[in-house]
Design a protein around this ligand. Structure first.
Ligand SMILES: Nc1ncnc2c1ncn2[C@@H]1O[C@H](COP(=O)(O)OP(=O)(O)OP(=O)(O)O)[C@@H](O)[C@H]1O
Ligand SMILES: [Mg+2]
Length: 222
């Protein structure tokens, strides 16, 4: 079966430094990857590159499976690409307003125009993360770091991406809530989806039953 996504010799550099060094990877349908590496090794940059959020010299180095064919992403509209590949940012930008308003906010984007907001879906997930409907009315500026991560997680997961790129999604959560969130990720995942999970916590790799990739100084090893 053709893979879901590939990169071939993908690099990213500034004038001074090579930050991603000739990364060639294959992400298969159903695959779960845990990506580890020291702070500053390039984990977030790699996820940003895969999410088409870095100005790469040659974006054709990323190919995405579209209707059973591998297509260079330069031939895929940003709208289409973002509806398939979702980045769960390490430092999410939440706007002023309430939790509910922030969960609603992405519906303003064109690539989400085919979805409609499902409050019951959010309440069910929030319940599993120890939150009631009162949480929806809370102003963002009053949230703790972990609560902001919960909002960021649900805001992106609600669009049911095919490839999910999680960047330290549980780093500010207590252990129980982190484990419950990972269970929600496992509920979302199936044989047609793939995920990359960036973490500094080896326990999370075990919980996800994920394969291990490692990055050091921008060099990816499997
Ligand atoms: N926009 C940028 N311009 C220049 N250098 C950058 C940029 N973004 C990141 N870097 C550098 O690239 C390296 C990799 O950064 P990255 O954010 O990918 O690290 P990381 O592995 O995610 O680390 P952490 O575990 O701390 O989140 C770092 O040394 C960082 O300073
Ligand atoms: Mg990072």
């Amino acid at each position: 079966m053709l893979p879901l996504l590939t990169t071939h010799n993908l690099s990213y550099h500034t004038q001074e430094r090579l930050l991603l060094d000739n990364i060639t990877l294959t992400l298969h349908f159903g695959q779960k990857i845990s990506l580890m590496g020291r702070s500053g090794s390039g984990k977030s940059l790699l996820l940003q590159a895969l999410a088409d959020l870095l100005p790469l010299d040659n974006a054709n180095k990323i190919m995405l499976n579209k209707n059973g064919k591998l297509i260079p992403i330069s031939q895929i509209s940003a709208t289409d690409y973002r509806s398939v590949v979702a980045l769960f940012h390490q430092s999410p930008n939440l706007s002023d307003g309430t939790v509910l308003e922030n969960l609603h906010a992405p519906f303003a984007f064109k690539h989400h125009r085919h979805h409609s907001f499902d409050k019951a879906w959010h309440l069910e997930k929030l319940d599993k993360l120890g939150k009631t409907d009162k949480f929806l009315a809370q102003p963002i500026h009053e949230l703790s770091g972990g609560e902001r991560q919960i909002v960021n997680f649900l805001r992106t997961l609600q669009f049911n991406p095919t490839i999910a790129l999680f960047d330290e999604t549980t780093s500010a959560l207590d252990q129980d809530t982190a484990h419950n969130l990972i269970q929600l990720v496992l509920d979302w995942h199936n044989k047609n989806k793939a995920l990359i999970w960036v973490t500094h916590n080896p326990d999370e790799q075990h919980l996800l039953k994920a394969e291990s990739w490692h990055i050091e100084h921008g060099v990816l090893t499997f």
